[in-house]
Design a protein around this ligand. Structure first.
Ligand code: GDP
Length: 322
């Protein structure tokens, strides 16, 4: 289709409008759009994989948008192209979004070398994660050097994001030990780099103490990869301090991961895992569409203890697989 070919060419030439349009196509639930989206994705795949993929999380108020704005601007200032995507399953058309606020990152959004896209709205975490992964590939094809994927730091989305990025950054505030209890241990374990933000003014001394606490907490955790041990840095997103060190660390990480072959291996594993999760999702979707009524009846019967769950599943599945 001529229109799709144009979209592809515009996307590959780095046109931001084309990138936004392509992502919208990916997010559409219309069957014809889905077909076009998959065709587009297949045709640009060989142009992907060149950027550094970063996940970033932290509880609301820790300074994520302030940090991403300052950090993003420091990268565009060095001539790099930066894309910011978000995974926020709480967002939906009816509101309730934690990240969706349009006034966030105002300066970065005006920067021609930056692209900011809010979280796809509605649907399950799996659906949001799938569309974000595809959006990330589109950003890479459009020539973005750094793709930052932001999450809210409160639950499952961090795991989903860690499964699509190279490096995971955790932003913490100078709350120290207190905050360690608030942030889930599981999220701490995902971190390749911990950044204690707000290390300025009255909070500086507390930030230094917190960094020491976090360091010892990280020390007790098993490293994710042999070639890298998670580290703790101090920064002030507000004052723009410590951002260079963060970028240096990211590059150090990238070099270590590349030189050891870990990056290639990890991305291969991620791609395979993605395929399996697609198989799972698509099978379940097809299954549910096939038995809308019977599934409701079975759910009721299982809930009421009239049929064992295993038997209910097996009966319907054996019919489905015939
Ligand atoms: P988010 O909810 O994680 O996106 O946090 P925001 O970026 O909206 O920041 C929450 C509040 O913390 C705002 O009032 C910011 O001005 C403030 N803040 C963010 N970064 C810093 C920092 O480095 N130092 C100080 N002192 N305040 C900061």
């Amino acid at each position: 289709m001529a229109k799709l070919a144009n979209l592809k060419n515009d996307l590959l030439s780095g046109n931001r409008r084309a990138l936004a349009k392509a992502i919208t196509l990916m997010e559409s639930t219309r069957a014809d759009h889905q077909l076009q989206a998959q065709e587009l994705l297949a045709s640009i795949l060989s142009h992907t994989g060149k950027s550094i993929r970063l996940g970033i999380t932290g509880t609301p108020g820790v300074g994520k948008s302030t940090f991403i704005e300052a950090f993003g601007l420091s990268l565009t200032g060095q001539g790099l192209k930066v894309a910011v995507l978000a995974v926020d399953p709480s967002s939906s058309r009816t509101g309730g979004s934690i990240l969706g606020d349009k006034t966030r990152m105002e300066m970065l959004s005006k920067e021609p070398a930056a692209f900011i896209r809010p979280s796809p709205s509605g649907g399950t975490l799996g659906g949001v994660a799938r569309r974000t992964r595809e959006a990330m590939l589109l950003c890479e094809a459009a020539g973005y050097d750094v793709v930052l994927i932001e999450t809210v730091g409160v639950g499952q989305s961090e795991i989903a994001v860690s499964e699509m990025v190279d490096m995971f950054l955790l932003l913490l505030s100078p709350g120290g030990g207190d905050e360690l209890q608030g942030i889930k241990r599981g999220i701490m374990e995902l971190a390749d780099l911990v950044i204690v933000n707000k290390a300025d003014g009255d909070l500086k001394a507390a930030a230094i103490r917190a960094a020491a606490d976090y360091k010892s907490a990280l020390h007790l955790m098993r490293p994710k990869a042999d070639c890298w041990t998670a580290e703790v840095l101090l920064a002030s997103a507000l004052k723009g301090e410590g951002l260079e060190q963060v970028w240096d660390k990211i590059q150090e990480f990238e070099t270590a991961m590349k030189d050891s072959g870990t990056l290639v291996q990890m991305r291969e594993e991620q791609a395979k895992a993605w395929m399996w999760s697609e198989i799972n999702d698509q099978l379940v979707d097809a299954f549910q569409a096939n038995y809308p009524e019977r599934l409701k009846q079975l759910e009721k019967a299982v809930a009421a203890g009239k049929i064992p769950a295993t038997a209910a599943a097996r009966d319907l599945l054996s019919d489905f697989l015939k």
